[in-house]
Design a protein around this ligand. Structure first.
Ligand code: URA
Length: 254
């Protein structure tokens, strides 16, 4: 069991790691890694698709038109951004806002699982098809499952998932706003209900690997650090200094 402070510190480490991520080619075209923002101990998380142009510039999720609608819908159920944590399936903008590719989703999903494990939300609202399919691990589209809450295991955490249409859908199809409102109206009761029971952590424990006698002989554990490796670490942190400035205070983690 970790405290909220410990979990937030670990979330900051995940943020620092993600903000230098080069695991996929989106690292070459993004301006900023959009890690997510909000309350690091939130009961409610939202998971959108991927940053758009505004988010790519600003380093924060949902700061364009869809974000303003999300704020309005939150307010209508008595919530503000500071109550929730907002993240995306992809942490980097796909060029021209194209759809996320399966390989990108697969590469990035570990960050989302770590966010969920550290924030420990009771409820996750998946916004639109990409996050709904990813977190439900099922290809059924949002039009068939929106508004239907269910408990799923995400990484090591059991969470109530509530699929909801992406707010951008209501920007293009105004009658969708009624559907979004009806689905948002389910949130207060879901948040008031007890959190789903968590699985026994022992089921995730991996057996200790047997030490490899050949490796142990070649590199004793108390060996001096390799100066070349230390120099490379220094180069990494120098590269980090060239990253575009994100207002870290606005992430809600610092
Ligand atoms: N759409 C998303 O899915 N995520 C954002 O952060 C912004 C728009």
């Amino acid at each position: 069991m970790s405290t909220a402070v410990e979990r937030r510190e670990r979330l900051k480490e995940v943020y620092r790691e993600a903000s230098q991520c080069t695991r996929c080619a989106l690292a070459e075209t993004r301006t900023t890694v959009v890690f997510g923002a909000g309350n690091a101990d939130a009961d409610l998380m939202f998971v959108g698709e991927a940053p758009g142009a505004n988010e790519d510039r600003g380093g924060l999720p949902f700061i364009g038109q869809a974000g303003r609608l999300l704020d309005r819908l939150l307010e209508e159920v008595g919530l503000v951004r500071g109550d929730v944590f907002i993240a995306n399936v992809l942490k980097c903008r796909p060029p021209g806002n194209r759809d996320p590719r399966p390989s990108e989703i697969d590469t990035c999903r570990e960050y989302l699982h770590r966010q969920v494990e550290l924030i420990e939300p009771k409820v996750i609202c998946t916004l639109g098809n990409f996050s709904t399919k990813l977190l439900r691990e099922d290809p059924t589209g949002i039009s068939r499952v929106h508004g239907q809450a269910e408990v799923r295991l995400l990484g090591r955490r059991a969470v109530t998932i509530l699929p909801i249409y992406h707010p951008a859908a209501a920007l293009y199809t105004p009658r969708m706003l009624d559907t979004l409102r009806a689905d948002f109206a389910l949130l207060p009761d879901l948040l008031a209900a007890p959190a789903p029971p968590q699985p026994d952590p022992e089921i995730f424990e991996e057996p200790e690997p047997e030490p490899d006698p050949a490796l142990a002989a070649a590199a004793p554990l108390d060996a001096e650090p390799d100066p070349a490796a230390t120099a490379a670490d220094g180069a990494d942190s120098a590269a980090a200094k060239d990253l575009p400035a994100v207002n870290e205070q606005q992430l809600g983690l610092f």
